[in-house]
Write a protein that binds this ligand. Structure first.
Ligand code: GDP
Length: 299
């Protein structure tokens, strides 16, 4: 089994157990549809995605003249695939000799710093040079974590002991321009002392990045922990309003039973899922593939 398939085993087991009744039961009828609907709603897909999927499944059943509950599985897989496929838009770096600036956002604990380390390694393995901006100036451990990671991997980390997030990110872009570095990965705060507003603070980072380079940030990635389930929708809403998110990284898909949340996201936000995190290791970040995901979740 692939890392993703193993990672999603909890989500799959949970769904498989409840779907066994649906797919195993004889004729396709209203009772069966109702059972299926209940399974989808309780699998973190949420109401909207569930309604979209039920409509699609019914269409497929009548179009293909399906009669048997067993055939529902394929109809469901196809419907989930069609829902998730638009989210599969891999990030490609331009070959224009300019630094590509990626701003990372997300609340503390989502996996932002870890994902930056993984991404840096991933880009390096593609022959790209990388510089990191330790912009999570509120969480001292985040700065240290990045610095250690940078030292181990020979990647420069721009950091200031008492600096503010925007200034650190600005310096990193300036350094990248001067040193002709391909990719800037800018970390930002995931929490602030309570009197400050997180969204205003990270919106400022974005504005300052634009000052350093007019078309930067080229990508704004929101890092989401899959374990928060339906709360992911609120987080995407809040960050998208403040920043204009261009892509998502969904972490911790290993060991969560809430993989269905991607369907919920797909039904409400047409924001590409650039990568998924499937473990704590440095190589456990993958470009999102709808087919692999559906197979891992529903096979
Ligand atoms: P940050 O506060 O957003 O920077 O979060 P961190 O990068 O420090 O990550 C918080 C915790 O989540 C750490 O223990 C990471 O090892 C863990 N983590 C991050 N991504 C993944 C993932 O894809 N899978 C698993 N299992 N753990 C992850």
């Amino acid at each position: 089994a692939s890392r993703l398939a193993r990672g999603l085993s909890k989500s799959r087991d949970k769904m498989a157990k409840s779907l066994a009744g649906v797919f195993g039961g004889g004729q396709i009828d209203e009772d069966l549809y109702e059972e299926l609907e209940t399974v989808l709603i309780t699998s973190d897909m949420g109401i909207e995605a569930t309604e979209m999927l039920m409509k699609e499944v019914r269409n497929r059943v009548s179009l293909k003249g399906l009669k048997d509950g067993n055939e529902l599985r394929q109809a469901l897989k196809d419907a989930v695939y069609d829902l998730l496929k638009p989210l599969e838009q891999p990030l490609t770096l331009p070959e224009n000799g300019q630094p590509f600036v990626i701003m990372m956002a997300g609340i503390n604990g989502a996996g932002k710093t870890t994902s930056i380390g993984k991404l840096a390694k991933y880009f390096q393995s593609q022959g790209k040079s990388v510089i990191l901006a330790a912009g999570d100036t509120f969480r001292a451990a985040a700065r240290e974590q990045l610095q250690e990671w940078g030292e181990r991997n020979g990647v420069t980390v721009i950091s200031q002991v008492k600096g503010d997030s925007a200034a650190v990110c600005f310096d990193a872009v300036e350094a990248a321009k001067a040193r002709k570095i391909d990719v800037v990965l800018a970390d930002t705060a995931g929490r602030l002392p309570t009197q400050l507003h997180l969204m205003e603070e990270i919106a400022k980072v974005k504005r300052v990045l634009q000052k350093a380079m007019p078309d930067a940030p080229h990508e704004i990635l929101l890092v989401l922990d899959a374990n928060i389930g339906q709360n992911a929708l609120n987080q995407v809403g809040a960050f998208h309003k403040a920043l204009g998110i261009t892509g998502l990284i969904v972490t911790k898909l290993d060991g969560t039973a809430k993989g269905g949340v991607l369907a919920a996201l797909a039904s409400q936000y047409p924001i590409p899922v650039r990568y998924v995190g499937v473990g704590e290791g440095i190589d456990d970040l993958r470009p999102f593939k709808a087919r692999d995901f559906v197979d891992a979740l529903l096979d």
